[in-house]
Design a protein around this ligand. Structure first.
Ligand SMILES: Nc1ncnc2c1ncn2[C@@H]1O[C@H](COP(=O)(O)OP(=O)(O)OP(=O)(O)O)[C@@H](O)[C@H]1O
Ligand SMILES: [Mg+2]
Length: 270
C-alpha cells in the first residue's frame, strides 16, 4: 500500500468512527497513572449511577490486555453481531463492550500497541452503540498508545483521573493530568478513591492511604475535584461476584459517594 492509499484508509476509518459515535452526547475517559487504583470500579459504578439517573449509558472497556469490566458487571458469554456490527452486552441497562467477551475465557492477549489501538478503533467504529447520553471508556493503567488512540478518535469531552491519596499514586496522577491537558480534553477532573476506611466493627475511620491529597492536587493543578470514594469491603466482595454496591446497599458510604460524584458530573454538563 502506498502513502496515499494508507492516508485514505486512515481517513475512511476516522469517518466510520465519527459516524458510528455521532449519536453519543458525551464521551468520558477514565484513567490514572498508576495501576490498581480503581479505574474499573469507578467506570462501572459511575455508568450504573448515570443510568439510574435516567441517562442512556455505555462502557467501552479499553483495557485490551487486562479487561476487567465483564468480571465487575457479571457479564459472561460471547457477544453477538448483527449486520456485521458488534452488539454490546447489557448490565443493569448499561451497554458494555469488552475484549473479555470476544475471546475464550482465560486466554492471554499478548498484543503490541498498534494491535491494541486497532481493537479500540473497532470498538468505536463497529459496535452498535446507537444513541447514548454517556459513553465511559475504562482505560488501562499508564500513559500508553491506547490513550492517544482513544482521545484522537473518540474525542472525549471529559477526562476523569482516578488516584488514591497515596503519594506514589498522586505523583503518577499529576502525570496523567498533564497528559489530559496536553491532549486538550475540555474538562479534566480528579476522583480520590480508597479514601479512608470506616471500621465495620467500631465505626472508626482509618486513613489507610492518607486522605485529602486528591483535593489538594486538583486545586494545585487547576482541575475539578469530583469527590472522594471510601474503601468499602462489601463493595470489593460484591465486585468480585460481578455485583455493584450501589444496587446491593444504597445506604453504604461508597454508594452515597458514587451518587454524589454522578451529580457532580451531571452539573458539569448543565
Ligand atoms: N473504594 C474501594 N473499596 C474497596 N475496594 C475497592 C475500591 N476501589 C477499588 N477496589 C478494589 O480494588 C481492586 C482494584 O480496583 P480496579 O480493578 O477498579 O482498579 P484499576 O485501576 O481498574 O486496576 P487496573 O490498573 O489493573 O486496571 C478491585 O478488587 C476492586 O474491587
Ligand atoms: Mg482496570
Amino acid at each position: 500500500m502506498n502513502n496515499n492509499e494508507q492516508k485514505e484508509k486512515i481517513e475512511l476509518e476516522k469517518k466510520k468512527i465519527s459516524d458510528n459515535i455521532s449519536q453519543i452526547k458525551h464521551c468520558i475517559v477514565v484513567f490514572s497513572g498508576k495501576g490498581g487504583v480503581g479505574k474499573t470500579t469507578v467506570s462501572v459504578n459511575l455508568a450504573y449511577g448515570l443510568q439510574v439517573h435516567g441517562f442512556k449509558t455505555g462502557i467501552l472497556d479499553a483495557d485490551i490486555t487486562g479487561p476487567n469490566v465483564p468480571k465487575m458487571t457479571g457479564l459472561t458469554g460471547d457477544v453477538n453481531t448483527n449486520d456485521g456490527k458488534i452488539l454490546p452486552q447489557i448490565s443493569h441497562g448499561v451497554k458494555v463492550i469488552s475484549m473479555a467477551n470476544l475471546l475464550p475465557a482465560n486466554q492471554a492477549i499478548v498484543w503490541r500497541g498498534p494491535m491494541r489501538s486497532k481493537m479500540i478503533n473497532e470498538f468505536l467504529g463497529n459496535v452498535d452503540w446507537e444513541s447514548l447520553d454517556y459513553l465511559i471508556a475504562d482505560l488501562p493503567p499508564g500513559t500508553g498508545d491506547e490513550i492517544i488512540t482513544i482521545v484522537q478518535n473518540m474525542k472525549p469531552d471529559m477526562a476523569i483521573i482516578v488516584s488514591t491519596p497515596q503519594e506514589v499514586s498522586l505523583i503518577d496522577s499529576a502525570r496523567a493530568i498533564s497528559m489530559a491537558k496536553k491532549m486538550n480534553i475540555p474538562k479534566i477532573a480528579l476522583i480520590e478513591n480508597m479514601s479512608g476506611l470506616i471500621c465495620p466493627e467500631c465505626g472508626h475511620r482509618i486513613d489507610l492511604f492518607g486522605s485529602g491529597g486528591g483535593k489538594k492536587q486538583a486545586e494545585e493543578m487547576h482541575v475539578d475535584f469530583l469527590g472522594e470514594i471510601p474503601i468499602n469491603l462489601e463493595a470489593r466482595e460484591l465486585a468480585d461476584q460481578g455485583k455493584s454496591i450501589i444496587f446491593e446497599n444504597k445506604e453504604a458510604d461508597m454508594s452515597k459517594a458514587i451518587f454524589h460524584i454522578v451529580r457532580e458530573i451531571e452539573k458539569k454538563y448543565n
